[in-house]
Design a protein around this ligand. Structure first.
Ligand code: SF4
Length: 242
């Protein structure tokens, strides 16, 4: 629902200039409209609306959207180039992956930023040789032209923020820092690393290579603890990679 509401909000605003000049009343109307459309679109909203009342659910969502726009106001000037592109095919090692990029922004100098909205706990889980979530690298490989940042947009009532990989300092807020880039000098260089990494992971998957080498994250969410020795190590706080 947050995706749908933000799609509406940015289809109206289109760029950071319009966001910065948006008055309080106009913003309240826009966010209420976005929240109302999102609630109306998804069947699941019926349950929540019945439980909490449509006005309350709508106000709650508009409040989250307001917090998110306050984060977006801190950014370098941008325009939204593409929203919810629909499903695209990414091919690696002969396998096809269906992906959907939430948003592509264009900066004043023509550079691009890819954004994926997340609602819950958000971490930079795209890093390392076996990333828990290779989604952003796969997006970057699909849209690498002039790309200077990929980011999760954490949009939830508790906290809103960008969690990003970028070579630019103040791209998401004044005084921001360059991200680690896994030791690479530029995002373009990191994308080359991602390309090889994703090919290797896809090739392993295609070849059926599945050595027991779980990550801590995978074991925590696994339902096979009763059959497996690894959870005992986890209880001692030991990552099976160590
Ligand atoms: S708990 Fe065992 S089966 Fe589950 S992911 Fe970890 S190692 Fe694999």
């Amino acid at each position: 629902m947050i995706h749908h509401a933000l799609e509406h909000v940015w289809s109206v605003l289109r760029d950071s200039n319009n966001l910065l000049s948006l008055g309080a009343d106009a913003q309240a109307r826009l966010l209420d409209d976005g929240a109302g459309r999102a609630l109306a679109k998804y069947a699941v909203s019926v349950i929540r609306v019945r439980a909490g009342g449509s006005g309350r659910a709508r106000r709650r969502m508009a409040g989250v959207l307001r917090k998110w726009l306050d984060i977006e106001r801190q950014r370098e000037p941008f325009e939204v180039e593409q929203l919810e592109l629909g499903r695209q095919a990414a091919r690696h090692a002969g396998l096809e992956f269906s992906v959907r990029i939430d948003r592509v922004d264009r900066l004043a100098d023509g550079a691009r930023v890819l954004i994926d909205y997340k609602k819950g706990v958000v971490a930079p889980d795209w890093r390392g040789e076996r990333p828990d979530n290779p989604q952003l690298p796969i997006y970057a490989l699909l849209r690498s032209q002039a790309l200077v940042a990929v980011a999760y947009g954490r949009v939830n009532a508790g906290e809103c923020s960008f969690i990003a990989e970028t070579e630019r300092l103040a791209i998401f807020k004044p005084g921001g820092r360059k991200s680690p880039l896994e030791g690479m000098p530029t995002l373009a260089a990191l994308i080359d690393v991602w390309s090889q990494r994703i090919e290797n992971i896809a090739a392993d998957s295609r070849a059926g290579r599945a050595a027991v080498a779980p990550t801590l994250y995978a074991c925590k969410s696994c339902r096979l603890h009763g059959l497996c020795r690894v959870p005992a190590a986890l209880e001692e706080g030991v990552d099976s990679h160590d």
